[in-house]
Design a protein around this ligand. Structure first.
Ligand code: PGA
Length: 251
């Protein structure tokens, strides 16, 4: 079985409602003939339902950028997995570097969210990645291994079919400094090896591993050509119809 190919756009805290709807309509018009490729957008939470309504029956799925790990409760300002599901979202971004480094999310939080997502039939896109200082100290593999092992604690081999991993080196996010295809592929290969150690070769072979960090129309081809890069998680370049479509439609 071939690995799924996924092109995801993380809109972060950009786009007012009408802008979000216009972007989705533009994307939908441009992806009708992309074959097996899957497209996912992560709009700001208040527009998730509207975006999901527009995407129903199309090749584009919708996710939220964050949620709480409890089903409901007195957690002012948080979004519950029940709401994510109710809004029509299939995916949830978990442990994005901005969540980890700006909002202080820990590996333990990430794991709780992964387990809650699975329980609610929401598919987690688990983000992992090292800081520049960690890479410079030769700690990349140690960091990736810790984030993957802790993030997946308690996830069964069967549940792994609903997991996507995104490798996003923190030094490459929003900086214009994309990882070279070789650096990214090596990290992806390592992540797959960690998954194999936790489960088995088949599970590792099937888990989609996306690359994220300054992906643009002019660097996508080299990245996507790599054996272990199964797609991308795009920030800045996913905010415009043309640039995201150029990425999704890479040869
Ligand atoms: P970027 O963001 O493409 O703007 O670097 C990627 C991400 O944060 O997912």
């Amino acid at each position: 079985m071939a690995r799924r190919k996924i092109f995801a756009g993380n809109w972060k805290m950009y786009k007012k409602r009408q802008e979000a709807l216009d972007l989705v309509k533009g994307l939908l018009a441009g992806i009708a003939d992309i074959g097996e490729r899957e497209v996912v957008v992560f709009p700001p939470s208040p527009w998730a339902k509207d975006v999901a309504d527009l995407c129903r029956g199309s090749q584009m799925a919708v996710g939220m950028q964050n949620m709480h790990f409890e089903q409901e409760g007195a957690f002012t300002g948080e979004v519950s997995p029940l709401m994510v599901k109710d809004a029509g979202c299939r995916y949830i971004l978990i442990g994005h570097s901005e969540r980890r480094h700006v909002f202080g999310e820990t590996d333990d939080d990430v794991n709780k969210k992964v387990m809650t997502a699975l329980k609610n039939d929401i598919e987690p896109v688990i983000c992992v990645g090292e800081l520049l200082k960690e890479r410079e100290k030769g700690l990349t593999e140690e960091v990736l291994k810790r984030q993957v092992v802790k993030g997946l604690a308690g996830v069964s081999a069967e549940q792994m079919k609903n997991i996507v991993i995104a490798y996003e080196p923190v030094w490459a996010i929003g900086t214009g400094k994309v990882a070279t295809p070789d650096i990214a592929d090596e990290a992806h290969r390592f992540i797959r090896k960690v998954v194999e150690g936790l489960y088995d070769a088949k599970t590792a072979d099937l888990v989609p591993v996306l690359y994220g960090g300054s992906v643009k129309p002019d660097n996508i081809a080299g990245l996507f050509a790599k054996e272990h890069i199964d797609g991308v998680l795009v920030g800045g370049a996913s905010l415009k119809v043309d640039s995201f479509l150029d990425i999704v439609r890479v040869k």
